[in-house]
Structures are given as C-alpha cells and as structure tokens.
Ligand binder design. Sequence first.
Ligand SMILES: Nc1ncnc2c1ncn2[C@@H]1O[C@H](COP(=O)(O)OP(=O)(O)OP(=O)(O)O)[C@@H](O)[C@H]1O
Ligand SMILES: [Mg+2]
Length: 212
Amino acid sequence: MLELLNVKKNYGELEVLKGINLKVNRGDFVAIVGRSGSGKTTMLNLIGGIDTPDSGSILLNGEDITKFGENQLALYRRREVGFIFQSFNLLPNLTVYENIRIPLLLNKKDQSSIKTVAETIKIADKLHKYPGQLSGGEQQRVAIARGIVHNPSILLCDEPTGNLDSHNSEIIINLISEINQKFGTTVLLITHEKGIADSARSKIEIKDGEIL
Ligand SMILES: Nc1ncnc2c1ncn2[C@@H]1O[C@H](COP(=O)(O)OP(=O)(O)OP(=O)(O)O)[C@@H](O)[C@H]1O
Ligand SMILES: [Mg+2]
C-alpha cells in the first residue's frame, strides 16, 4: 500500500536520503531505527507530504504523491495521514476535545468518532481539560487520539515516547499497537529504543541515507 522507489533528498550539499526503496503492506507495523542524523525524520516527512523529495516516487494506494500539486497534497495530508510527534504538539488554548476535533473540522467530518477514540485511548474523562492540566503521558494519548480520529490510512510516529518515562512509554506503545490491530491503520514508528523496535512486526534501519 505504501511504496518508496529510489527516493532522494538533499539539503543543500548534504545528501540525506540516497535512494530509499521501501514497501510497506496495509496494516503493517514498522519500526524505523538509525543513528541521529541518519534521515529518519526526513523520510517520515516525505511520506507524510510535509516535505517533497528531489527525485523518486512515493506511492500510497497506487497514487504517486510526488506528482500531487499543493492542493492535492494538502488533502492527502489531511485525509490519509496521522502524525504523532515526540513533543505532543497540542494546542494549549483548546480543550482536549477541541484538540481531537481538529482533523474532523479540516475534513468536514461529523464528531461522533471522538467519543469512541477517547474511550479507546482512555481519556474520555479528560475531554474538558486543557493540555496544561494533563501529564505528559496523558498529553501524548490526546495526541494519538487526534492522530487517528479521522481514520487515516497511515499513522506516522516520530519518537512518540521520547519525552516519556518507561511506564508511560509502554502505555503509549501498547495503545499504538492496539490501534494498528483494531483499526488496521498502517503504522510507521521511529524509535531509539531497542525494546520498542523489537515489539514491532518489522524493523528497518537507515544508515547514511540508505536502508540496510
Ligand atoms: N530542513 C532542513 N534543512 C537542512 N538540513 C536538514 C533539514 N532537516 C534535516 N536536515 C539535516 O538532514 C540530516 C537528517 O536529519 P533527520 O532529521 O532526518 O535525522 P534523524 O534520523 O531524524 O535524526 P534524529 O534521530 O536526531 O531525530 C541531518 O544532518 C539534519 O541536520
Ligand atoms: Mg528525527
């Protein structure tokens, strides 16, 4: 369902991705590992349509997103992709409910899925709180809810447990795994932690801009 064909990306003189080839099946759970600066985030951003490659193709469900214009790419990001970052990135002036609602507003979808998702993620009792009133683990759960509420085809997680202690990391990884199984969402997850990488169904390593 997701395929990268000879994807290259430079920043100025720096060759960050030197021809990435990757195939991910629908419903897969893939861990991405590699040293700092190896190009993991760059690759995820290209897949998520928030940056564009210099050459190569990125196919999602048979469509090459590198051929998309700005409007098509914006729609793709909005509908097909969910993002979860290390630093939760919740909007502080919106309640939990309003944060989770953002992708639904952007996609003009009704709000009925918020309740189901909030229950799955176990934050149903926090919907009227503000992010600043929640612990880090709880904030990341809200970010996960926001990442999946619009039912994206692919969930891109960039070190989602990087700011969490081991107890909360485990909760977050279990939730992402549950989402992968329950909704069949394809998951790509960057991690530095070996234990987490080993719990994924498959693992890829990026080294010097190439997949080993
Ligand atoms: N927008 C940018 N402009 C210029 N250089 C960039 C940009 N984004 C990333 N880079 C450079 O590209 C290289 C790869 O960065 P990237 O963020 O993909 O690494 P990473 O594998 O995610 O590292 P980390 O594990 O530290 O998050 C780094 O040398 C980085 O400095
Ligand atoms: Mg990174």
